[in-house]
Design a binder for this molecule. Sequence first.
Ligand code: FNR
Length: 187
Amino acid sequence: MASPIHVLGFAGSLRKQSHNVAVLRAAGDLMPAGMSLELYDLASLPFYNQDEDGERMPDSVREFKQKIADADALLIATPEYNHSIPGVLKNALDWASRPSGTAPTNGKPAAILGASPGGFGAVRAQLHLRQILASMNVFVLPRPEVAIPFVGQKLDEEGHVTDEQTREFLRAHMIAFASWVRRLRGE
Ligand code: FNR
């Protein structure tokens, strides 16, 4: 029996009807046996302020960093804002990245995905996200890449992913993610 994998997932969108949160939820439902997803809402994190970091960090930041420390891996869904990641996601990663070298993100396995209503599937945002995560020493699954274009056509009104091909991509991504986490653990 393979060892369990507890994944912390968050999306760079605070929107109630966020496509990326919907896709994140679907990825959680399609995870292989032994892998589970806990969703985290980034809404409670204040703007990063180095004066407030360290011993006196805000409680919401402390909680977020503890959840990252407790997780075996991270699953990050990013929308694309102006060809990059939304500020809300960058802000969360900036909090999580400190102190450099001993941050809870240091050496953490991760997978990323992105969805957009247009034709690009947040690919440019995902490239930036990889670059940012590399600077934090987060080990991101290289492949498969999951870019979901025209996402509005792939969800029902309640935000369930109904498009079968997208569900298959997500399922395959989560299987590869589980293998990646176990490989990094040396299993
Ligand atoms: C966008 N959107 C967008 N889409 C895209 O494919 N490339 C882009 O560069 C941008 N830029 C952008 C900037 C800003 C400020 C906003 C608000 C939106 C559209 C974006 O993909 C769309 O709003 C998604 O629905 C956002 O993801 P969620 O909230 O549905 O997860």
